[in-house]
Each structure stands twice: as structure tokens, then as C-alpha cells.
Design a protein around this ligand. Structure first.
Ligand code: DX5
Ligand code: ZN
Length: 220
């Protein structure tokens, strides 16, 4: 079964960003972490940098918004070149409307859950999204350790999706590398974000191929 690899450019060298984006050209998505210094205790990039990333690659941009008031900003990120737009349940009081806005902009809506947020919070929007992103670290920084309770959550979400016969991707983000991708995919993940697990290695293309191979072997 196919597993998509989405390297997170948060761990890239921002001084050579275009080059670093081109160097992961064999991946499936470019995962872009947008942080506002309010929803999470870190500040990263906004639409202008996303425009530059878009110019550097033909891969779809998987934009993970870790910002307050996401509803106000989805239009700007769609215009900047996002293909998938992820909004946190915890940052979107009118979640159903925000996901609808993303779809109306012609982009793929993705809903994101922090480690402590229960799956029940998305049961009424599961039919309205292309992807659910489960955080396996507390968002804000790259290079953190995978939180083991995420595995049970992935498996539960897999059952929820399969029981309803939906074609929704399960993306998992945080602390995933060559050593643990198999268990994450065995639990039911179909899209894997990896920041330091890719950019912390010498040969990105080899790492991406190996991640995909181990992930797909665990899914079959
Ligand atoms: C964390 C971000 C992640 C991060 C993952 O807030 O959402 O995408 O870059 O980095 P690693 O794979 O190093 O945990
Ligand atoms: Zn992310």
C-alpha cells in the first residue's frame, strides 16, 4: 500500500531554502510549518516564503498552519501556493466553515489534532476533509521525540475511517524517522512527515526512498 513522504522544511537550511526544497524532489509533498508565535511558542514563515518555495518545486505544498484565527488566513495561504491546507481543531472555533472555505478555494482541506485532543472532536467533519493530521509531538519545534500514545490514536482513526468507507489520508507529524516509521504505518498512517529524520541525514533522496520502502512494507 502506498505511503507518501512529506519532508518538513522546518529542519532545512533556510539560507539555502530553494536548493533544500529541490533536494527533496523525490518526495510526495513538501511539508511547510507556519507558526505565529501565539498558537505555538515559535515563529516561522508566512505567505511570501511559501511563494518562493512554490517557485522552487513542482511537488504539492502541504501547509500546516499552527496559527490562531486560521479562518482569516486560509485565503492568503491558498493564494501563496498551498495545495493542502491543515488547520488545527484547537485554533478553529468554526472548523466546519473553515474547512469549507479551503475546499471552495480549490485546495485540499486537512484537519490537525494536537496529541491531547480526542478523535471525537473531528467525527462530524471527517467526511469533509482529504486528510487528518495527527500530531505525534506538541507542535512548535522540529527534532522532538515521538509520543508513543499516538500509535493507539492512529489505529483508532484508521478504524473510524474504514468503518465509514472514507478515502481520507492519515498524516502523522513529529519525531518520525527510519527507526520508527514502520510502527507508525503499521498502525494505519498513509502520509509521513519527517523533518530532522530527512534533513538531518546526508543523502535526502536515499532517506526518502528508504522511509517509503519501510512504511509501505509495514502497510502491506
Ligand atoms: C512541529 C512541526 C513538524 C516538525 C517535525 O511543530 O509541525 O512538522 O517539523 O519535525 P521532526 O520530524 O524533526 O519531528
Ligand atoms: Zn508540521
Amino acid at each position: 500500500m502506498q505511503v507518501k513522504i512529506a519532508p518538513s522544511i522546518l529542519s532545512a537550511d533556510f539560507g539555502r531554502l530553494a536548493e533544500e526544497v529541490r533536494a527533496i524532489g523525490t518526495a510526495d509533498y513538501v511539508h511547510v510549518d507556519v507558526m505565529d508565535g501565539h498558537f505555538v511558542p515559535n515563529l516561522t514563515i508566512g505567505p511570501i516564503v511559501i511563494e518562493a518555495v512554490k517557485r522552487a518545486t513542482n511537488l504539492p505544498l502541504d501547509v500546516h498552519l499552527m496559527i490562531e484565527d486560521a479562518e482569516r488566513w486560509v485565503g492568503a495561504y491558498a493564494k501563496a501556493g498551498a495545495d493542502l491546507i491543515g488547520v488545527h481543531v484547537e485554533a478553529a472555533p468554526h472548523l466546519h466553515r473553515t474547512l469549507g472555505q479551503i475546499r471552495d478555494l480549490g485546495k485540499k482541506p486537512c484537519v490537525v489534532l494536537n496529541p491531547a485532543t480526542p478523535l471525537e472532536s473531528i467525527q462530524y467533519v471527517l467526511g469533509d476533509v482529504a486528510q487528518v493530521l495527527l500530531m505525534s509531538v506538541n507542535p512548535g519545534f522540529g527534532g522532538q521525540k515521538f509520543i508513543p500514545s499516538a500509535l493507539d490514536k492512529i489505529a483508532k482513526l484508521r478504524r473510524m475511517i474504514d468503518e465509514r468507507g472514507l478515502a481520507v489520508d492519515i498524516e502523522v507529524d513529529g519525531g518520525i524517522n527510519l527507526d520508527n516509521i514502520a510502527e507508525v504505518c503499521a498502525a494505519g498512517a498513509t502520509v509521513i512527515v519527517s523533518g530532522s529524520g530527512v534533513y538531518g541525514t546526508k543523502d535526502y533522496a536515499t532517506t526518502i526512498a528508504e522511509l517509503r520502502k519501510r512504511g509501505e512494507a509495514a502497510r502491506s
